[in-house]
Structure formats: C-alpha cells, structure tokens
Design a protein around this ligand. Structure first.
Ligand code: ZN
Length: 165
C-alpha cells in the first residue's frame, strides 16, 4: 500500500512508500488526511494507522512541466472511462482519424471508446459515419498526469482525486 501525497493546494503531487510518508509526517512537512486503521504501522515506540493520503504543509512549486507521454491508460483516465461517442463505460481507446488514414497516436487523436462504438467505427472517419465527439480531446495538464500510479488509483485515494480528474 502506497501513500498519495497532496500539495498544500490539495492537488495530487506524488505517490510514495508509507515509510517516506511517515518521515514527512514526523518531520512536520505533512499531515495525515486519511489512514488505514486495519493495517497499522508498528514501530519501536508507537503504533499508528498507515497513512493512505497526506497533505504537505508547504506548497511545492513545480518548476517545469514537460509534455505528458500519451498512453492507453492515460487516455482512459483523462476521459474518465467514458466513451467519447456515446458516453457509456469505455475500456478501449479509439483513433479518431484511423491509423490506416494516417491518424497519429496523440492526445488529440485518441479517445476512450466502448466496445460497441469502437467496432462499429472501425476504419472510418467521423464524417463518414456522421458521428460527433462529446468533447474535444486535448493534452492533459498538471503534475497529477505524471503520476502513473493514478492511472489505477487505490480506493482510499478516490475522495481526494475527484477535483483533479
Ligand atoms: Zn460508445
């Protein structure tokens, strides 16, 4: 079980081991927001719930945000696992401009799609089908997109991720 670190502004910043999380808490650099009571940390002088989410006491500035690499999981996460064509639950990704027509693997050309829409669309364009996208796909911004653990977040983190998604 790892610990989600939130910046002082409550946005996700990193995922660390619980040992690192405890160190941040013991040195006063972070406070515990959520902890797992069922799985306590037993130290020489203390027993405490294992932190699942901590909040930094001081805001950390991210000096340089490079481009986030496009990935299948990243696209599903950006689109909240909802099909870009019909809004149903999506577990596949689709090239808006098909690869066979030169469509690229990019944040702008990839969207989450349900199995039904994906197989109906096949190698055709939206114009050919008369379909519309429910949103304009774009490159995600912000440090939370560099945290690959958030592609498959722990359940304990979910109340703290809603605003970031
Ligand atoms: Zn669909």
């Amino acid at each position: 079980m790892r610990t989600l670190v939130l910046n002082a502004g409550f946005e996700p910043l990193a995922v660390v081991t619980f040992r690192r999380a405890l160190l941040l808490v013991f040195t006063g650099k972070a406070t515990v927001l959520a902890a797992d009571e069922r799985d306590p940390v037993i130290g020489p002088n203390h027993i405490m719930p294992r932190p699942t989410v901590i909040l930094l006491t001081r805001y950390v500035r991210i000096p340089y945000v490079k481009n986030v690499q496009v990935s299948r999981r990243g696209v599903l996460r950006r689109d909240s696992h909802r099909c870009a064509y019909c809004g149903r639950n999506a577990s596949t990704i689709d090239h808006i401009v098909p690869r066979s027509l030169g469509g690229e693997d990019s944040w702008e050309n990839l969207v989450a799609a349900c199995h039904g829409c994906n197989s109906r669309k096949a190698d055709r364009t939206l114009a050919q089908l008369g379909w519309k996208l429910r949103f304009a796909p774009s490159k995600p911004r912000g440090p939370q997109w560099f945290i690959t653990e958030l592609d498959r977040p722990a359940e304990a983190w979910s109340p703290f991720l809603r605003s970031a998604a």
